[in-house]
Structures are given as C-alpha cells and as structure tokens.
Design a binder for this molecule. Structure first.
Ligand code: MN
Length: 395
C-alpha cells in the first residue's frame, strides 16, 4: 500500500505535495511549511496557524501561475483525481454539531410547537450538541441503523431498523489551532483558528430521535454515521464569497463576546449547497440523480463560523487541531430549500414525487444521497467544495 499523500485539488487533477516538495525549487521559507504535508500529516500543517496557511497558499498560487519558472516542475507532480482513493483530511479529534440554520430550526419547531417554533435561547446563542467523532467518515455504504422506536404514542418502544432515515445538508468547519483550557478565543481571533470547510451530511434517524432526544438532546439517532467530503477549502480561498451577517429587523444584537465589526460586515459566506438523490430503481432505469434540496449558507445561517468558535470556547472549553463543527442543517426559506427530508415531506406527511414514479418521505435501502456545494460571485473564479455520497444498505 502507498502511504497517504496530501494534495491540492487543481481542476480534475491533484498536486502531490510530497513530489512538489522533493522535485520543485521553492523559496527558503516554504520548505518548513511543506515538510509536514510531504510527510502526509495535514493536521501538523493545520496546527502551524493562519500565517503559515496564507504563506503556503500564496507560494502555491505563484508557482501555479501561467508564467512561473516552477510550472515545468509542478507538471510532473500532478495526478488525475479520478485514479485516486480519498482519505479523511485528518483524524477527527472531537465533533460538535450546531443548529444555526434558522429556517430549519423554524420548520422543525413548527411541527413540535406551532405557536412558538423557536425556543427563547435561539437568537442569543448558537445551539449545539456533542456528537461522536468516531462515526465521522467519507461516505460510501451506510448500514440502516436499528434502535428504539415507539410505533404508537401509547405503545412500549421496540428495537427495530429505523423507518425514518434522513439526511441533513450541512457544512463542516475544521479547527486548525485550538486554545488552552480556560482561555476563551475572542471574536477578533476566532477565524484564524478555522483551517477550512467541508461538506457534511449528518445522517439522522428521526424515529429514534423523537423518542430519545428529551431532555439531553440527540444521541443514537445521530451517532451511527456522519459523512464529510475529503477536500478542505480554506477561509482564505472563500474570501471572494464573504457576505455580511444578516439579521432581521428587531432581532437582538449578539452579546459582545459574539460580536465584532468584521463579523457583521463579512463574517458569513455565500456557499450554495445541494442534495441529490438517486434511488436503486432510478439507477436501474438509467435515470440521473434528482436534486432535492438547494440553499445558500449566507441566507440559511443565523450565526457565522467565527461566532461558533468563539461561543464553543467561551466557557474555557479547550478546542484542538482536528476538531470538527457541523453547522446544522442549512435550509433556505422557500419551497425546495429544506435541507432534510423531514422538512421536504413535512414530517413524513407529504411524499416527494420522484422521476420514474416513486415517492419518498424518508430514505429507502438502495438510495444514494450526494451533497455538493459551490461558490459563485461576479469577477471571482467559481469554487467547488467537492462531493460526499452515501448509499443506504439494509439493516
Ligand atoms: Mn445536524
């Protein structure tokens, strides 16, 4: 087996950083930055901090520019992406899933509490729960989980495969630099701790969830699998797609530890997220995948990445390199913008019609769910965040 390599995606190719460190001439200060990457250790590079990330990003951009002297060397360091097996970016140290999609929280809340869908804390702090790091992977086959389900309101629960398997369309934020216990990170520094962004599918078993979630939040309804995309996109690469943090008129201003002028001006990101579904029957009939969900992070998210990191550390909780935050389901406000089947099928009451005549309220065995995301802005080169896909297999 070949030892793991770290690479940079360039179109449909990958720049192999082990080869690039060995075969291409670099400025003196670039070698120490390439060293952990050439050794296949992305986490060690993440721990170096944002000045190092920015320096290497600038060095790579210059080396890959059209008239660069390094171009002929780098040509020899490219592999076609199609021939490579992807690995996790790094070990997930710990995993927290937030709930910052306000249209998602409102839609789910409306099913439970029609008169007051959002709880009083929602607009004051980013809600989250502690997820399970060991279940985070790159997708692939997903075994339908079993668990305790109550089939009728007055019946005892049974242990059985979930009947309400769902996806959640989220982004993953990867911590590059942590903080010592007892030392909260200020808003001014919060973004400097975030190395990059991936796609994240928080697979959910809604029938397990509704029975188990009170009073301490989701547990086994979430911890069987969470899928992320393999490519990390840095916040610096996302700079052309920054957006102001938008709050409706009359909403409370964030407390000082969650606020900064920079965060208000450009702390959010315009990232379009999509979920695509292809059932086994569609695959057999050669019908392409159908898009179920589409939403934009800047419109969906009530809190920014910086606020998530500042809040998470605000009690002194130590964060560390390789910590992963899920944003929570990023649903838009309109029809077709729900980031989960729970929303799109209105709690399982209104089935979706699929090409080929099938219907879905929740996922069935053989269904393939793929998340994609991209950023577009006038005058900026379009960025893709890659994809993450999983296929449900029977319990
Ligand atoms: Mn979630």
């Amino acid at each position: 087996t070949v030892p793991p390599r770290v690479g940079v995606a360039i179109g449909d190719q990958v720049l192999d950083l082990q080869l690039a460190a060995a075969q291409c001439p670099w400025a003196e200060e670039v070698y120490p930055l390439l060293e952990p990457l050439a050794a296949g250790d992305l986490a060690a590079f993440m721990a170096l901090g944002r000045p190092a990330w920015q320096l290497l990003r600038a060095a790579l951009s210059a080396a890959l520019a059209e008239d660069s002297d390094q171009g002929p060397f780098l040509e020899l360091c490219l592999h076609p992406q199609a021939g490579l097996a992807m690995l996790m970016p790094c070990t997930v140290r710990d995993y927290t899933d937030f709930y910052i999609g306000i249209h998602h929280a409102t839609a789910i809340g409306q099913m439970l509490r029609p008169t007051h869908p959002l709880l009083p804390n929602y607009k004051w702090l980013p809600i989250g729960y502690h997820g399970r790091a060991s279940s985070v992977g790159l997708g692939g086959p997903l075994r339908r989980p079993r668990g305790q389900i109550r089939l009728a309101a007055d019946a005892p629960p049974v242990y059985t495969p979930t009947r309400r398997l769902d996806y959640e369309m989220e982004l993953g934020l990867w911590v590059g630099v942590g903080n010592p216990a007892g030392e909260p990170v200020d808003m001014a520094e919060a973004e400097d701790r975030i190395f990059g962004v991936t796609l994240l599918n928080d697979w959910s078993a809604r029938d397990l969830q509704s029975w188990e979630y009170q009073p301490l939040g989701p547990f086994l309804s979430k911890s069987f699998a969470t899928s992320v995309s393999p490519w990390l996109v840095s916040l610096d690469a996302l700079a052309p797609f920054r957006r102001p943090l938008q709050r409706p008129e009359g909403d409370p201003a964030p407390l000082a530890y969650l606020d900064s002028p920079a965060n208000r001006a450009h702390g959010s990101f315009g990232i379009t997220l999509e979920v695509w579904l292809q059932t086994a029957r569609m695959r057999a009939a050669r019908l392409p995948a159908v898009r179920l969900s589409q939403a934009d992070m800047a419109e969906a998210a009530y809190w920014t990445p910086a606020q998530l990191l500042a809040h998470h550390s605000s009690n002194g909780c130590p964060l560390a390199t390789g910590d992963l935050f899920g944003t929570g389901t990023l649903s838009g406000p309109g029809p077709g913008q729900g980031g989960s089947l729970m929303e799109l099928s209105r709690g399982g009451r209104e089935p979706l019609q699929l090409p080929g005549g099938e219907q879905r309220c929740f996922l069935e065995d053989g269904d393939t769910v793929a998340l994609r995301a991209y950023c577009e802005a006038p005058g900026a080169v379009r960025i893709g965040l890659g994809a993450v896909a999983g296929t449900v297999i029977g319990a």
